[in-house]
Design a protein around this ligand. Structure first.
Ligand SMILES: [Zn+2]
Length: 251
């Protein structure tokens, strides 16, 4: 079975209810993680996903709420005795800094560290980032404060698809990335530079002819003062769901 598990749905400020936005993309046994603003170990366990099945980690961009959990996550994988390889994907801008961050922890001297590789993704639209018999992932640069990628997931066996905007202002590249997807996960941080409001996210979903819209990277808990889903329904006629931590979207 393929599914998307929302490990966290909040913007950069986590609350009791919600962690910063990160995802698990599951196709059969394989698990691909998207972003690592916090250590995903506990959330994976809570979702019943085996961390040993995580084959790849995609870092969309180098903001703390998307990468700062990485050193502890890698250390924990090492401490639980991982032996299988892990591939980390991202733009050169992102991975150069991720490697510098790991270097500060001296990870290259950690004995018997599992095989870890950093695979740089070009700043190309619809770049085929990963392909297995069950799952295809494409990336496109989006419009944020620093270099960033959005993603499209194609679940081959089910003939279903999803897209994730990552942090971006409303952006034609996301509309192309999300063409006719079954599920668009779009950020709804609000009207800030390099971000999107819920109403704008609805408009992107409509222009992409997405079938359903899940709002992620939204204010949560005590910071949530209105209903972003209601706002997005003004511009998108399909189903709108305010994503919550632990939600599972089957394909
Ligand atoms: Zn960001």
């Amino acid at each position: 079975m393929s599914e998307l598990v929302i490990l966290g749905a909040s913007n950069a400020i986590p609350t009791l209810e919600s962690e910063t936005t990160h995802l698990a993309v599951c196709a059969g046994e394989q698990v691909v993680l998207v972003d690592c603003g916090t250590n995903p170990l506990v959330r994976l366990e809570r979702a019943g996903l085996n961390v040993q099945n995580v084959s790849d980690l995609i870092l969309t961009h180098f903001h703390p709420d998307h990468v700062s959990g990485l050193p502890l996550f890698l250390m924990d994988l090492w401490l639980v005795g991982r032996k299988t390889p892990l591939v980390i994907h991202g733009l050169a801008y992102t991975l150069d800094r991720a490697e510098q961050m790991m270097a500060l922890f001296g990870w290259q001297d950690w004995p018997d560290f599992f095989p870890l590789s950093f695979r740089r993704v070009p700043e190309e639209e619809l770049f085929p980032l990963l392909e297995t018999p069950a799952l295809r992932i494409f990336s496109s640069p989006v419009q944020h404060i620093l270099p960033n990628i959005g993603l499209r997931f194609e679940f081959v066996r089910e003939g279903k698809s999803a897209a994730y905007s990552s942090d971006t202002s409303p952006c034609p590249a996301v509309i192309r990335l999300a063409q006719q997807v079954d599920v668009l996960l779009h950020e709804a941080s609000g009207l800030f530079r390099g971000h999107t409001s819920a109403a704008q996210a609805g408009q992107v979903a409509a222009e992409a002819s997405a079938r359903a819209l899940y709002l992620v990277h939204h204010p949560s808990g005590r910071f949530l003062h209105n209903d972003p889903a209601q706002e997005a329904r003004q511009t998108f006629a399909g189903p709108v769901i305010l994503a919550q931590d632990g939600m599972r979207i089957p394909f």
